[in-house]
Design a protein around this ligand. Structure first.
Ligand SMILES: [Zn+2]
Length: 414
């Protein structure tokens, strides 16, 4: 069994420092590479679904979160409000617990017609949880969560299609990552008073999700399990459920229907008859939070990430000094194609190979005297368990092809 914290150390993904604060991991260079690739995937998938990129601030006035309902329902999990001074007494700022209120304001910033909808706003943005230090753990329980977050604003008659689109993309994202989804949960309210909105609204929204989810899940071959009491406080949702290496269940992506935020922020569009109509809102996280996805990927692959995600895609190791030139020329050929390659000359060959294996470099290319004279490298593809002499041009081509596999997956399925 592998723990992502241990793997994170081996690969140099993240570090923590008591001076920075617990639950606030520092992303090291290898971690930044993985995260950047995931952000690119999230963006590619969002763009393929017609999402528009936006940016919004990580903090906002307390009044914003009172309006959204977060302050009443969620303030125990929020950081305390910050007051700037006496003249700004009504201007308390808080670190946001979610990105939805800002996106609602972005929607409200323009007037919208029924023909403009749906509008899908995407942002890979940080949000904050005041987790107690006792429950903080590696990347799985953190105080800043960087979430691939989309808010769809649509007409009620589009909500089913949009929920299905979100669910399909979330399942696709997890398949591209190679993370097995165990089942999809339809999370509903229960009999308590923890929920905003009328019973009728809830019934309608729950029925819309049930109808939208059926065909998508049949196509994906995934079961749907209904769970009372697991909804968001503003509406029912689909949750993609996975199990971590310790068998604990967690939610890795969600699609949530929301009839509450549009009312709270008075979000409307001009209907075909010219009347103002209430818009529907759908929250969708398809790749998920960067922290949780990286933890899941490390554990799933035991650190041996698919080549497109590997921090070092090729380690180039000359056997001795007389092959330095041939090795450097291979390195330059790889770098010119945008491959993440590293040349290491220090230390014995055995020590360099050990180091590359511990860091889970995807491909190890050793250049000895014979390889140098034949224009080859002795290549070990660790994940595939393959070791063979490969001509340099062929090696570069194969690595580029494996790297571009992820991009082709998004294009083919779109
Ligand atoms: Zn949201």
């Amino acid at each position: 069994m592998f723990d992502h914290r241990e793997l994170g150390r081996d690969l140099g993904v993240f570090a923590t420092d008591p001076l920075a604060g617990s639950g606030l991991p520092l992303w090291l260079p290898a971690g930044a590479v993985i995260r950047d690739e995931l952000e690119r995937l999230a963006k590619d998938l969002a763009h393929a679904d017609g999402c528009l990129d936006v940016h919004s601030p990580v903090l906002g006035k307390r009044a914003l979160f009172e309006r959204s309902g977060h302050w009443a329902k969620f303030s125990d999990d929020m950081f305390p409000a910050m007051r700037l001074g006496e003249e700004d007494a009504d201007d308390e700022l808080v670190l946001r617990p979610s990105n939805c209120p800002h996106h609602a304001l972005i929607y409200a910033a323009s007037s919208r017609s029924y023909r403009d909808l749906p509008i899908r706003l995407n942002e890979l943005a940080p949000m904050f949880r005041a987790e107690r230090s006792g429950v903080i753990s590696g990347l799985t329980r953190v105080r800043q969560i960087n979430l691939d977050d989309t808010h769809v604003f649509c007409r009620p008659d589009q909500a089913g299609d949009e929920a299905a689109r979100g669910l399909r993309t979330a399942i696709r994202a997890q398949r591209i990552l190679g993370l097995p989804v165990d089942y999809v949960r339809l999370s509903l309210r229960d009999d308590s008073d923890a929920w905003l909105g009328s019973p009728d609204q809830w019934r309608e929204a729950e029925a819309a999700l049930r109808d939208a989810g059926g065909p998508v899940l049949a196509e994906a071959g995934l079961p749907l399990v209904e769970a009372a009491g697991e909804a968001a406080f503003y509406g029912p949702k689909f949750d993609l459920q996975v199990h971590d290496s310790r068998g604990r269940e967690e939610t890795i992506a969600t699609v949530q229907l929301d009839f509450n935020q549009p009312e709270r922020f008075d979000l409307t569009y001009h209907g075909a008859d010219g009347a103002q109509r209430r818009v529907m809102m759908i929250h969708r996280g398809t790749v998920g939070s960067m922290e949780r996805v990286v933890a899941s990927l490390l554990e799933r692959y035991q650190g041996r990430l698919p080549l497109w995600l590997a921090p070092v895609q090729v380690a180039v190791l000359p056997v001795s000094e007389s092959q330095d030139e041939a090795a450097r020329s291979l390195l330059e050929g790889l770098l010119a194609k945008g491959v993440r390659a590293e040349l290491r000359c220090d230390d014995s060959l055995a020590a360099r190979v050990r180091h590359a294996r511990r860091r889970r470099d995807a491909v190890i290319a050793v250049v000895g005297e014979r390889e140098a004279s034949e224009g080859c490298a002795q290549v070990t593809d660790v994940a595939a368990g393959v070791r063979q002499a490969v001509p340099v041009a062929h090696l570069i081509e194969r690595v580029v092809d494996a790297r571009d596999h992820r991009r082709r997956l998004v294009q083919w399925d779109a």
